[in-house]
Design a binder for this molecule. Structure first.
Ligand code: T4K
Length: 365
């Protein structure tokens, strides 16, 4: 039986990639901010409509080192409805995540519930543009101004998106992106961060390159989180095809919407106002009482037909084993509830509308 996975890395042709990396065999310059890194950085700034971008080894290190660069302390308000990385980045910086609930319509942080969680220990808000849904930027900005808090967006899912025509990397004090193999846009592994204040670009550069300032000068206590030339080359290739990939994803997304809209007990995404979408994920939330089957039953049925839908994001991070006895998942009842009912359906450019139809047929059966 042919398997369909939740996503499939988009790749250029072998020849295109081989052509892109050919010069590395002449120069033998494979990493440490080489030519491909520089070219890719410049091209990304243009595509993402941002003034600055630092490239890193992956999205997680971009986030973890950004929090470190901002010298945050105490508590960070965030949501548990996300991938492990968001919460781990906070905890691994010695900070305490304070979990705010999400909105039931787009699963992003409920900005109206943030203020009640702010204490004299709060230093930042870390909202997640989950599935590519943009958070309530204006409300969050107002709160940050009022309480003098930093805002770091986990924009791992929002490559290429705009809000009111502005590149999503421009919001908050920083926004981090993931270029992992499973993302709309990939550099095999990779990540990046954009800052409002460019002074942080120098800080993150130190943190990703041992704090080295010259062959005999080390003035910062940095780690190693540089993007290498092969990943940057993959980025240069994939960037040439990104608009086609997003357009192909839109067709799948529209097909799912067409076939699953108006089905009782099935909640599908709705378009956000003023947002240019990248169609990163297609989350479906099942109401067992109305639909007649639970999320888990639907997932099993799909699996029996070789279709690997995924339960992103179940469990919520506050329910992880590693955080047992530390957080209470019931503090965020909406996130907890949605996580038990959500299934993200396969979506990627090469999936094809006929496969999307097949997936819907199985669900509706
Ligand atoms: N913040 C958020 C909100 C995130 O979602 C993520 C990552 C991060 C931060 C951190 O960014 P990175 O440090 O990862 O750059 C995957 C990804 O590994 C992860 O990047 C992503 N979020 C998360 C949502 O999904 P898994 O453990 O579910 O991946 P895996 O290996 O099960 O792969 C899923 C499917 O993707 C496979 O069934 C097939 C396909 N696939 C996978 C790989 C590895 C490919 O087509 N090619 C591949 O090379 O975490």
């Amino acid at each position: 039986m042919k398997q369909i996975l939740v996503t499939r890395s988009s790749m250029p042709s072998f020849e295109e990639y081989a052509d892109e990396i050919k010069e590395l065999w002449d120069t033998h310059w494979l990493t440490n901010m080489g030519v491909k890194h520089k070219q890719f950085q410049k091209k990304l700034c243009e595509y993402l409509k941002v003034n600055n971008i630092e490239l890193l080894t992956n999205g997680h290190m971009a986030l973890e080192l950004t929090l470190q660069a901002m010298e945050l302390s105490g508590e960070v308000i965030t949501t548990p409805y996300t991938f492990a990385s968001t919460t781990h980045a906070i905890v691994r910086n010695g900070l305490t995540p304070v979990f705010c609930d999400i909105k039931p319509d787009d699963y992003t942080i409920d900005a109206d519930k943030i203020e009640a969680l702010i204490t004299d220990k709060t230093s930042a808000i870390l909202p997640v543009h989950v599935y590519g849904n943009i958070c309530e930027i204006e409300k969050i900005e107002k709160l940050a101004e009022k309480y003098n808090l930093k805002v770091v967006y986990d924009a791992a899912h929002t490559f290429g998106e705009t809000y009111k025509g502005i590149g999503v990397g421009n919001f908050g004090d920083a926004s981090i992106f993931s270029f992992h193999a499973t993302k709309v846009f990939n550099t095999i592994e990779g990540g990046a961060v954009c800052f409002k204040d460019e002074k942080y670009s120098a800080k993150i550069y130190d943190l990703k390159n041992f704090g080295i300032h010259g062959p005999e000068t080390v003035s910062g206590i940095g780690a190693n989180a540089k993007m290498n030339e092969f990943c940057a080359a993959m980025g240069l290739c994939n960037l040439r095809h990104i608009d086609d990939e997003i357009a192909a994803r839109k067709k799948i997304y529209d097909k799912y919407c067409e076939l699953l809209a108006d089905v009782k007990g099935v909640c599908i995404p709705s378009a956000q106002k003023d947002v240019k979408n990248n169609y990163a994920y297609f989350p479906v939330v099942f109401d067992e009482d109305k639909f007649g089957k639970s999320r888990d039953e639907v997932a099993e049925e799909l699996l029996s037909e070789g279709i690997f839908a995924r339960k992103y994001f179940y469990p919520i991070t506050s329910a992880f084993d590693c955080y047992k006895d530390r957080f209470n998942p019931l503090d965020t009842p909406i996130a907890y509830d949605v996580s038990k009912r959500v299934l993200t359906l396969p979506i990627y450019g090469e999936l094809g509308e006929e496969n999307a139809e097949k997936i819907c047929r199985i669900i509706l059966k």
